[in-house]
Structures are given as C-alpha cells and as structure tokens.
Design a protein around this ligand. Structure first.
Ligand code: ITT
Length: 197
C-alpha cells in the first residue's frame, strides 16, 4: 500500500521516508501541483486531519490502494506559556522561513533573560484511508537554548537539546533524533494502524 504524505515540509518528508524505508512513500507534490491548505484547526490533531483529508479527497479518484499521512507538529516552551505550539510554522509571521522562526524564538528567550529552559516537541499524525481516519501523537522533551548550535535537522533543532544530552539536535548525529523523536514515536503508532488496515 502506497503512503502519500500531505506535507510540503522537506525536513519532515525526509524523516518520514527514512523511517518508512520498507514502504512506498511519496509526497503529494510528486503527483499533483502543490497548493496551500488552510490549517485552521485549534489542535495539532485537527490540523493533521485537515491536511490528510484534503489531500485524500484530491487523490481518491486518481489513485488506488493508498493512504494519506499528514504530520502537524511544533515546539512548546512552558516558560513562554507553551508558545509557539501549533503556531510554530508561523511564529515569525505568515510565510516565515525556518530560520526566521528559529531566531524569533531565540530573541524571545533573550528578551526574557532566559538562557536555557525546558521545552517539548509534539507531532500529531493523521492517516486517512478508505477504511477510515485515525490519529496518533508523539512527544520529545528537552531544553531550548537562547542560541543556535549546529546545522543538523531542521526548524528549531539547532536550539533544542533532547533530555539526557548536552548538545543540540543541530550538533547531534541524526540517528539520535531518529531514535526517540516526537515524529518517530508517532510513526511507531502510525505503523500499527497501517498494519491493521
Ligand atoms: P506541512 O504542513 O506542509 O507538513 P509545515 O512546516 O507547515 O509543513 P506544520 O504546520 O506542522 O508544518 O509546522 C511545524 C513547525 O514546527 C515548523 O515550523 C517546523 O519547522 C517545526 N517543527 C516540527 N517538527 C520539527 C522538528 O522535528 N524539528 C524542528 N522543527 C520542527
């Protein structure tokens, strides 16, 4: 069964493809012209379902034996009232780049005089198939720094130190993130759903 990803985020697509090596996985933009999906849900789960259902509806008349998988994710900093949370992709404004968002969070921490503070990533994944819709979640806890270190990963990774480590995901080997990230944990559950379909 083909897994079609309802995502335009290259970092996510790469991580999901690496995790699902035994399956045929492709981005929806490999099949149709990419377009903007309005993510107006109030939770990660709602947004993941909106993305997966939108792409499923677009493809159902032209594809067979497929499911659509969407990932809605973000980072939350309790010292900042759990922001940016579901607004992580738009933290520095509409159309902001990963770098803009990263430095906006670093600047916000600096303004509050915070050098290091707990934070966590959340990933909600939605699977939409002809047999129904399913959602799962995964989390990764750690700290954020008011500085960026390393070039690895994507998004907020250069400022995020996972629990039990002293380096950021920008500096650590990608295998560390792969072993227990929010996305990996959600994908483990998503795999169980896919096996049951
Ligand atoms: P799609 O909706 O097309 O999948 P997106 O980038 O808009 O792509 P989201 O709405 O889910 O995705 O926003 C996720 C935000 O959180 C985005 O700014 C990411 O950079 C960040 N993020 C999510 N997972 C991350 C991770 O594993 N490492 C670093 N940043 C992450």
């Amino acid at each position: 069964m083909k897994i079609i990803l309802a995502s335009g985020n290259k970092g996510k697509i790469k991580e999901i493809k690496e995790y699902c090596m035994e399956s045929e996985v492709l981005a929806y933009s490999d099949i149709i012209e990419p377009f903007e999906i309005v993510e107006d849900g109030l939770t990660y789960q709602e947004n993941a379902l909106i993305k997966a259902q939108t792409i499923y509806d677009k493809l159902k008349d032209r594809e067979e034996n497929f499911v659509v998988l969407a990932d809605d994710s973000g980072i939350s900093v309790p010292a900042l009232g759990n922001t940016p949370g579901i607004y992580s992709a738009r933290y520095a404004g509409e159309g902001a780049s990963d770098k803009d968002n990263l430095y906006k969070l670093i600047d916000t921490l600096k303004e509050k005089g915070i050098k290091r503070t707990p934070a966590y990533y959340t990933a909600a994944m939605a699977i939409v198939s002809e047999k129904g819709s399913f959602t799962v979640h995964g989390w990764m806890h750690g700290d954020v720094l008011a500085q960026a270190r390393g070039e690895g990963g994507f998004g907020y990774d250069p400022m995020f130190i996972p629990e039990g480590y002293e380096e950021t995901l920008g500096d650590l080997d990608k295998e560390v993130k792969q072993a227990f990230s929010h996305r990996t944990k959600a994908l483990k559950l998503a795999k169980l759903v896919l096996e049951g379909l």
